[in-house]
Design a binder for this molecule. Structure first.
Ligand SMILES: Nc1nc2c(ncn2[C@@H]2O[C@H](COP(=O)(O)OP(=O)(O)O)[C@@H](O)[C@H]2O)c(=O)[nH]1
Ligand SMILES: [Mg+2]
Length: 440
């Protein structure tokens, strides 16, 4: 409630953000400065993905990881005063922490501490859209939690517990928690099995979105969200209301040709994804399978840009997503503003040929016009020519065909009107399942 007694206009008021510190322990001393900086930036990008306010970020050389706190004593003390001074609520340690390390750091610093796996899980949790995605994320979360239940399962407790492993009165709290989590995991796995078996049905149902979907994929910090905002804000005609309320990462926009698409900003790839999160990541990315076209956004100024590209392509191909007419993939080489002239010369043939990567900058707007026209083009690649016979009485479907497609020929009969029409794959599929018409 605002002071005048009226409810606020927006539910999402500017709620104070959680203030966080990001620490990147560098255990590989050989790393060059540029790579280390990129890692710190990535960690900050991950934090930003769940709307944390990063008030300080730092990499810390750890030559001898301490079993109790990972960092050395001096570092732990130095950060204690920084945390107090900056009024920090959360510390992100961009590395795996053992349960004991996490707890000891929380005790020393008197704030919540999460490790890299915990952070990524939070992001996946926010971004999972499909049932499968949600289940996979929950499964990964529970498995992670289970491993965090520190075994104070000492010899003594074991004696108290009496005989056997079935629990009962002597069970410690940790054992009970473990058992409950274990049971929940078993249930989740069963449900997941069921969801996977019926996945194709769900996919068919989700095809009801009104326009072709174009998904932005790529590494965290490649600039997907910046580009997403630039493209959707510069579009003349957006229908924000419909999607903004449902999902801030999907927006409709109109291309120069007049065609409308839905642009979708997807969950980012991360370097060295902890292996226990691989399934959850793939499931969260599952929406990309639904996309009619993909824009692979790359940070072309990044030290590891080629490795990142290979990584993204490998994951996509394992999801059976390869560039094809039905599923075109376009590369956007982002952060062009950070390249000097010679680097530019090496990267791209400036011929603007079809299907060639587009050099862009989501920050300056350079190249975004070309990108938009390329999107317009690839969306039309898969257009199919169909002959459709529509009953004369069904004026509605005929009008739909004129609106959605390009009608190039028409024959009016007594019973049916037959048209030759170019349609997008998504619309061609729709007409094929319309029972009142005949596709010849
Ligand atoms: N110099 C430069 N920085 C960019 C560009 N696009 C994005 N960034 C910056 O890169 C960081 C990550 O961008 P973001 O859009 O959040 O990346 P995402 O994780 O892929 O969504 C932010 O600090 C952006 O300001 C660009 O074209 N040039
Ligand atoms: Mg983003």
């Amino acid at each position: 409630m605002s002071s005048n007694g009226h409810p606020p206009d927006f539910v999402e008021t500017a709620r104070p953000k959680t203030r966080a510190i990001v620490l990147h322990p560098d255990l590989h001393k050989r790393r060059v400065a540029k790579e280390v900086r990129a890692r710190v930036e990535e960690a900050c990008g991950l934090a930003a993905a769940i709307s944390l306010e990063v008030v300080h970020a730092e990499h810390i050389s750890v030559s001898q990881p301490r079993p109790s706190t990972l960092f050395g004593k001096g570092v732990v003390e130095r950060f204690k005063s920084l945390i107090d001074g900056l009024e920090v609520d959360l510390v992100i340690v961009d590395h795996t922490l053992s349960p004991g390390q996490q707890r000891n750091l929380e005790t020393s610093w008197q704030v919540k501490v999460i490790d890299r796996t915990g952070l990524i899980l939070e992001i996946f949790g926010e971004r999972a859209r499909t049932r499968e995605g949600m289940l996979q994320v929950e499964l990964a979360h529970l498995t992670y939690q289970k491993s965090r239940l520190v075994r104070s399962w000492t010899h003594l407790e074991r004696q108290r517990g009496g005989s056997g492993f079935l629990g009962g009165p002597g069970e410690t709290q940790i054992e009970i928690d473990r058992r409950l989590i274990g049971e929940r995991i078993t249930r989740l796995k069963k449900e997941l099995d069921k969801v996977l078996r019926t996945r194709d049905l769900h996919r068919a149902a989700r095809k009801r979105v009104p326009y072709p979907i174009v998904a932005l994929v790529g590494y965290t910090n490649a600039g997907k969200s910046t580009l997403f905002n630039h493209l959707t804000n510069s579009s003349v005609h957006t229908e924000d209301q419909l999607f903004a309320t449902l999902d801030p990462t999907m927006r409709a926009l109109q291309l120069p040709s007049g065609r409308r698409i839905i642009l979708s900003d997807t969950v980012g790839f991360v370097s060295d994804l902890p292996h226990e999160l691989v399934a959850a990541f793939r499931a969260t990315l599952e929406e990309v399978v639904e996309a009619d076209a993909i824009i692979h956004v790359r940070d072309i100024s990044h030290a590891e840009t080629e490795d990142q590209k290979r990584d993204v392509e490998e994951v996509l191909s394992r999801m059976d997503i390869e560039s094809s007419d039905d599923h075109p993939i376009l590369e956007a080489l982002n952060k062009a503003d950070l390249l000097d002239a010679s680097a530019r010369g090496l990267i791209i043939e400036p011929d603007g040929s079809e299907g060639a990567p587009v050099l862009v900058s989501g920050l300056t707007g350079e190249g975004t016009k070309v990108l938009i026209s390329q999107i317009d083009r690839i969306i039309s690649i898969g257009r199919r020519e169909l002959n459709v016979a529509v009953p004369v009485a069904d004026g509605k479907t005929l009008a739909w065909l004129y609106r959605k497609g390009e009608v190039v020929a028409r024959q009016d009969g007594d019973m049916e009107t037959t048209v030759t029409v170019f349609l997008d794959p998504i619309d061609a599929q729709r007409i094929a399942t319309n029972e009142t018409v005949r596709v010849l």
